[in-house]
Design a protein around this ligand. Structure first.
Ligand code: NAP
Length: 282
């Protein structure tokens, strides 16, 4: 599994990690097995949130990482409604209890809400001082929001911005990705399979491009898609898989190497829409 530096933290993190939204909707033993299979194969970046299953996803992650906390780069998120200074600290404490751990590697504001960012940042800083989180970041932030965080918290913050990014939704490449690259902020792409898991099939021209490249590497189209999405720093991706076979397949994307010509073919088949528009979210 390829790893790369995660923002201004001193951590090298797996480029392909594991999402956990809706994992509680599948057979719980299977979903825990999928997460553990992913860990076995190097997908040690695990992304959760207090919102997911109203805490049930964090509880399942807690089961999956039991006895192997040290292997994991563990991320969770606070809901905007809890993002006051005190609310952040309380929400983090509850997440740690569900996850059965004493710290998070990174704690994110899930999206921007009504609480002033200064208060949320103050809560994050308090958690850092208490050792409950090692770093903090944001999610669904556009460049003007990122600028504001940087004005409040200074250089080195946020550690990451987690944003929607898949082959058919590349809007972050217009402004957010360049901004994060310039300021050393990790970009964690969510919903790499567009949330539902499907990719264009071989009956479409774009699907054929994926299939031909996959076949040339003895890989799958899902692996090719993931590799494109982490083709350069500071990109990471966090596919969700409740099926252990999907998890194993996704992990192997962390080793796949595509040539510049292959990346250019994918770029051409799934072209970037350069029109300026609001940051897409799910
Ligand atoms: P996703 O990862 O784009 O797609 C998940 C779907 O793809 C599931 O149905 C899964 O099936 C399927 N799948 C996984 N691997 C596959 C493979 N190799 N072949 C075929 N199908 C495969 O969707 P997502 O859950 O929306 O996004 C991933 C993670 O990003 C979330 O779980 C969450 O952690 C994070 N996220 C964050 C935000 C935010 O606002 N910050 C928003 C959305 C998502 P099985 O489950 O049956 O294996």
């Amino acid at each position: 599994m390829q790893e790369r530096r995660f923002g201004a933290t001193d951590r090298e993190v797996a480029v392909v990690g594991q999402g956990t939204w809706n994992i509680e909707r599948t057979d719980r033993s299977l979903t825990v097995a999928a997460l553990r299979r992913g860990l076995d194969l190097g997908m040690t970046h695990i992304d959760s949130a207090e919102m997911y299953g109203s805490g049930e996803a964090e509880e399942l992650v807690g089961r999956a990482i039991a006895g192997r906390r040290d292997e994991v780069f563990l991320v969770s998120k606070v809901l905007p409604t809890n993002a006051s200074r005190r609310g952040v600290v309380a929400a983090c404490g509850a997440s740690l209890t569900r996850l059965k751990t004493d710290h998070l590697d990174c704690y994110l504001l899930h999206w921007r809400g009504a609480h002033p960012l200064q208060d949320t940042v103050a809560g994050f800083e308090q958690l850092q001082q208490q050792g409950m989180i090692l770093a903090w970041g944001v999610s669904n932030f556009d460049t003007h929001d990122l600028e504001e965080v940087r004005r409040i918290a200074g250089v080195g913050h946020p550690a990451c911005n987690q944003v929607l990014y898949h082959l058919e939704e590349r809007a972050i490449e217009n402004a957010i990705l360049p901004w994060c690259e310039k300021h050393g902020v990790a970009v964690v792409g969510y919903s790499p399979f567009g949330h539902k898991g499907g990719l264009p099939g071989p009956r479409t021209a774009r699907g054929r491009v994926l299939k031909e490249i996959a076949d040339a590497h003895g890989a799958t189209i899902h692996q090719v898609a993931l590799r494109f999405l982490v083709r350069r720093p500071p990109l990471f991706t966090i596919p969700k898989a409740s099926n252990p076979e999907h998890a194993a397949e996704n992990a192997r994307a962390g080793e796949l190497q595509l040539s510049e010509a292959e990346l250019a073919r994918i770029d051409g088949a799934f072209p970037l829409d350069r029109q300026a528009r609001a940051l897409p979210t799910l």
